[in-house]
Design a protein around this ligand. Structure first.
Ligand code: BGC
Ligand code: ZN
Length: 375
C-alpha cells in the first residue's frame, strides 16, 4: 500500500510502497484511512527540521490528524466494530514504570521524553491506506461528523488548553463558578487569539462559544476569507499591520487570556508584554529555528509578578481532550455550519501531499483523502 513518507537521512520525500499491516494482538484494530489533515508540523517534518523514523527504518510515514474507518477487529476488542468511524490519538506512552503521566494514560504530559508520536516521532503515521493499533487509542466518532471529523485532532489543542485555563480560572481570579454553564464561563472576560491558522481559528470558535469577548490578532489584511470567518462567528479581527501592540491593549482593555497559535517568538513576547492583570497566556505554537531577538527579561518578569500572570505551554492532548473535541465539534457545526465547513480547504489525493505541505497554503486546512467511508 502507498504511504506518504520522508527520508530524513537523504532528505528526500517519497510515496513509498509500505507493507500492509496486520492485527497481531487481540486488542488491536485495523483501520482504513479516510481523511488525513496537513499541519505546520508536517511542513517542518518535510523540511527535515523535525520528525524521526521508527527505530530500524530509514523513513517515516507522516500524518497525524486522521479520520479512519474500522476495517477489522481483534478478538479482545470490546467497543469497536467494523464500519465504525474513529479518530486515532497521536502520542503513545513511554515504557518507564516511573513515568506517572504515561502510567495514568496522560502521555501528553510524559516526563521522560521517550514517548512516540504517530507520524512525527519514532512511529509511522496515518498518511497511508491502512494502520493497525490498539483499541484504547481510538476515539469513536458519530457518523454525522464524518465530513469534518478530521478537525478533531487540531481541536484537541484548544480543548486541552481550555480545560487547564478553566481550572485555573476557578482557583484564582476571575474565580469562575464551576457550576456556570460552559457557554457562560468567559462572560465579562477578554480573550485574544494570535494567528488565523486552523489551531487559531478553532481556538477562536471555542472561546466565542465559552462566552469570551474574543479578538483575533494576526498579520493578514482584509479582504481575506480567514478574517471573514472570524467576523462571521462574532469575534473581532485586528491586523498587526494596522494596530500596534499599544493600540491593541487600548482597544481591548484588560487582556484576560491570550491563546497563541503562531509559533513566532518575537510576536508572542510582544503580546506577553500587554497581557492584563491576572492574565493567562497560553502558548501552543512550536517555533522552528528563528533569528535571535532582543528582549527585556527583567521588565517581563516584573510585569508577570506584579500582575499575577500565568504563562502556560501546552502540547498534544489526552483522552479527555479528544472526547471533548468530538462533543464540541458537534456543537460548533450546529452553531456555525458554514464557518466550520470552510475550515476544510479541500480534499486531495496522496500524490499531491508534498506540494500541499510545502507550497503556499491554498486554504485553511488541506486534507489528503484516501477514500470515502463505506456506510
Ligand atoms: C501535533 C501534536 C504533537 C505536536 C508535537 C502537533 O502538530 O498536533 O499531537 O504532540 O505536534 O510533536
Ligand atoms: Zn498537527
Amino acid at each position: 500500500m502507498k504511504a506518504v513518507s520522508v527520508f530524513p537521512g537523504t532528505q528526500t520525500l517519497k510515496i513509498v510502497e509500505h507493507e500492509d499491516p496486520h492485527i497481531t494482538q487481540p486488542d488491536q484494530v485495523k483501520l482504513r484511512l479516510l481523511d488525513v489533515g496537513i499541519c505546520g508540523t508536517d511542513r517542518e517534518i518535510c523540511s527535515f527540521e523535525y520528525g524521526t523514523p521508527p527505530e530500524g527504518d530509514d523513513y517515516l510515514v507522516i500524518g497525524h490528524e486522521a479520520l479512519a474507518q474500522v476495517e477489522e477487529v481483534g478478538s479482545a476488542v470490546e467497543l469497536l466494530k467494523p464500519g465504525d468511524l474513529v479518530v486515532p490519538t497521536v502520542r503513545r506512552p513511554c515504557h518507564h514504570p516511573g513515568c506517572l503521566a504515561c502510567r495514568l494514560d496522560h502521555q501528553d504530559f510524559c516526563y521522560t521524553g521517550d514517548f512516540t508520536e504517530r507520524g512525527i516521532k519514532e512511529a509511522h503515521g496515518y498518511m497511508t491506506e491502512f494502520v493497525v493499533d490498539h483499541e484504547r487509542y481510538m476515539k469513536l466518532v458519530p457518523p454525522d461528523l464524518k465530513e469534518i471529523a478530521v478537525l478533531v485532532e487540531p481541536l484537541t489543542i484548544a480543548e486541552k488548553a481550555m480545560a487547564q485555563v478553566f481550572w485555573l480560572m476557578q482557583h484564582r481570579p476571575p474565580w469562575i463558578d464551576p457550576e456556570v454553564p460552559s457557554s457562560e464561563r468567559g462572560y465579562g472576560l477578554n480573550a485574544l487569539v494570535l494567528g488565523v491558522g486552523p489551531v487559531g481559528l478553532l481556538g477562536t470558535m471555542v472561546l466565542v462559544s465559552a462566552g469570551f469577548k474574543t479578538y483575533v490578532y494576526s498579520r493578514e489584511l482584509p479582504p481575506n476569507p480567514r478574517i471573514d470567518l472570524v467576523s462571521s462567528i462574532g469575534a473581532t479581527y485586528l491586523s498587526t499591520q494596522t494596530s500596534n501592540i499599544e493600540q491593541l491593549r487600548d482597544h481591548i482593555g484588560n487582556i484576560d487570556l491570550v491563546y497563541e497559535a503562531v509559533g513566532h517568538s518575537h510576536f508572542a513576547l510582544e503580546v506577553l508584554m500587554v497581557l492584563g492583570i491576572n492574565g493567562i497566556f497560553v502558548l501552543t505554537g512550536v517555533p522552528g529555528l528563528q533569528a535571535f531577538i532582543e528582549a527585556d527579561p527583567a521588565r517581563l518578569m516584573r510585569e508577570m509578578v506584579l500582575k499575577n500572570q500565568v504563562l502556560l505551554g501546552t502540547v498534544n492532548a489526552g483522552p479527555e481532550s479528544f472526547a471533548s473535541a468530538i462533543r464540541d465539534l458537534d456543537f460548533l457545526i450546529q452553531r456555525w455550519p458554514n464557518a466550520v465547513r470552510t475550515l476544510i480547504a479541500g480534499r486531495y489525493p496522496p500524490e499531491q501531499a508534498f506540494e500541499l505541505i510545502l507550497g503556499r497554503p491554498t486554504g485553511i486546512k488541506s486534507v489528503i483523502s484516501f477514500g470515502e467511508a463505506r456506510m
